[in-house]
Ligand binder design. Structure first.
Ligand SMILES: C[S@@+](CC[C@H](N)C(=O)[O-])C[C@H]1O[C@@H](n2cnc3c(N)ncnc32)[C@H](O)[C@@H]1O
Length: 218
């Protein structure tokens, strides 16, 4: 789906299918409940940036959960990919949710700040230099906490995802791209070795990890 030559109808189906895949495997409800919701308030506005928001379903879920809990949270999803931006902005509007076509470095250059900075399935896409850049950007953008969630590479994840998706997602890139993504992703130990001091890598289930950072004094 990263290729500019990929089939537009398959790509749209892939963004739609991510809603299902992320809901089942990505664990954002647990991350929201444990690491975001306790800091939110019914009276004080808080902000959250979703870097590499793609089709936007994680941004949408976070905005919806906070609204349902009566908590004041503005969510901004950013992605430089024009196709992702078109899909994300074509979905029904949610109050407090917006999307921009931008890189994290663009927002740093603009002096933007957010209480929370998050991402889903972005780390494994990046080169070593890009990962370092993302973490520098994240520290500059986050006033409170950064949470980057991703797959953890393992044989079990590869075989399990392959088997579970085999009968489904025939008309999207979910299955082939998912298998490639698992192969490209980090193990917990590899990511710990790749990130600077101050960052914490926590294992999750099924075959997940979360890379987190808390702003000093937050
Ligand atoms: C696999 S997609 C993840 C989409 C979405 N988060 C999801 O879970 O469905 C990774 C996205 O990260 C975006 N990306 C990578 N580096 C970025 C950066 N520094 N700032 C903003 N977006 C970035 C890419 O354009 C790509 O669309």
């Amino acid at each position: 789906m990263d290729s500019p030559l990929c089939d537009p109808a398959m790509l749209t189906r892939t963004y739609q299918d991510f809603r299902v895949v992320n809901a089942v495997v990505s664990g954002w409800w647990r991350i929201y409940r444990r690491s975001i919701r306790p800091a939110l308030s019914t009276t004080t506005d808080m902000t959250l940036l979703d870097i590499g928001s793609g089709g936007g379903d994680v941004s949408r879920s976070l905005a919806r959960w906070a609204a349902r809990d009566g908590l004041r949270l503005s969510v901004t999803g950013i992605d430089p990919d024009a196709r992702a931006h078109v899909f994300a902005t074509s979905q029904p509007k949610i109050v407090g949710l917006s999307f921009r076509r931008a890189l994290s470095s663009d927002l740093v250059a603009e002096g933007e700040r957010f209480d929370f900075v998050v991402s889903n399935h972005v780390l494994h896409h990046l080169s070593v230099a890009e990962l370092k850049g993302l973490l520098v950007d994240s520290e500059a953008l986050a006033g409170r906490r950064v949470l980057h969630a991703d797959l953890e590479r393992s044989k079990v994840a590869y075989l399990g995802f392959g088997a579970a998706t085999w009968p489904f997602f025939r008309h999207s890139y979910i299955r082939p791209d998912g298998l490639t993504s698992i192969q490209r992703s980090y193990t917990v130990q590899e990511l710990r070795a790749a990130v600077p001091a101050g960052w914490t890598v926590s294992p999750g289930k099924p075959s997940r990890l979360v890379l987190s950072w808390d702003a000093p004094g937050a």
